[in-house]
Design a protein around this ligand. Structure first.
Ligand SMILES: [Zn+2]
Ligand SMILES: [Zn+2]
Length: 241
């Protein structure tokens, strides 16, 4: 686990045959009110919780789990992490929380073929991710957690209920799979995805002052070039219109 800056920790995902999302832990160390963002792939919960414990953080201080979206590589470890953190709330954008509560897992797997692969590989069945969120996010909230202020921004396009978390004070953006730090963007061919919406979401994010970008995969950046999101959008514009 790496401290990006005070109150933001980064646990790198470990990809296997399938990608494992990065996990972030946010909240001031003495607040006793930490938030875990994106558990990651199935069977990837244990090493992440071990890293947190090894850093001297008590798991009981993790009060909630926020999902940037519910793709398998982000939500897969949620059931196992919840076993260790039974008191922690789960917050998901309503566009994905609502179907998930009914056991509709199309946002999890994205496509039938991927569903068969995941279910076969991990020996799980339909309904494994029938999960009731404790809080459904709208994507326009200003949340005060762990002595910090984060803006929740609905950024559909990669998935219907994707959210980004933004701290204006820290110029830090946690965009899930909407944009990465190497001029790449999230795929937009899965269930609930929409190229045009992804373009609009990137446009929205490009208006923010971002110095630290903490995406769901690949490298993180702590010195983002000015205009980076706008430049990335320009690079992809033709595919997104
Ligand atoms: Zn992902
Ligand atoms: Zn994704």
């Amino acid at each position: 686990m790496k401290e990006v800056l005070s109150g933001i920790y980064f646990i790198r995902g470990i990809d296997e045959a399938m990608p494992d999302s990065h996990t972030y832990l946010v909240g001031m160390p003495d607040s006793g009110d930490l938030t875990l963002i994106d558990p990651g792939l199935m069977h990837k919960g244990e090493y992440k919780l071990s890293e947190i414990k090894r850093a001297g953080i008590e798991l009981g201080n993790i009060k909630r789990i926020i999902l940037t979206h519910t793709h398998f590589d982000h939500i897969g470890a949620l059931p196992e992490i919840r076993k260790e953190l039974p008191e922690a709330e789960v917050w998901i954008h309503r566009a994905e929380a609502e179907p998930l509560s009914r056991g509709d897992e199309r946002h999890v797997y994205g496509m039938e073929m991927f569903k068969s692969i995941c279910q076969g590989h991990y020996g799980i069945e339909d309904g494994h991710f029938k999960i009731e969120a404790d809080r459904e996010l709208n994507g326009d909230e200003l949340i005060h957690i762990g002595g910090m202020e984060w803006k929740v921004i609905h950024v559909p396009g990669h998935s219907a209920g994707s959210i980004a978390l933004y701290s204006e004070a820290l110029k830090t953006l946690i965009p899930g799979d909407v944009i990465y730090s190497d001029y790449a963007i999230g795929r937009f061919d899965l269930f609930g995805a929409n190229a045009r919406e992804l373009g609009q979401s990137l446009k929205l994010l490009s208006s923010l002052d971002v110095k630290i970008l903490l995406p769901g995969h690949n490298n993180i950046s702590t010195g983002l070039p000015i205009g980076y999101i706008a430049d990335t959008l320009r690079y992809w514009e033709r595919e997104l219109s």
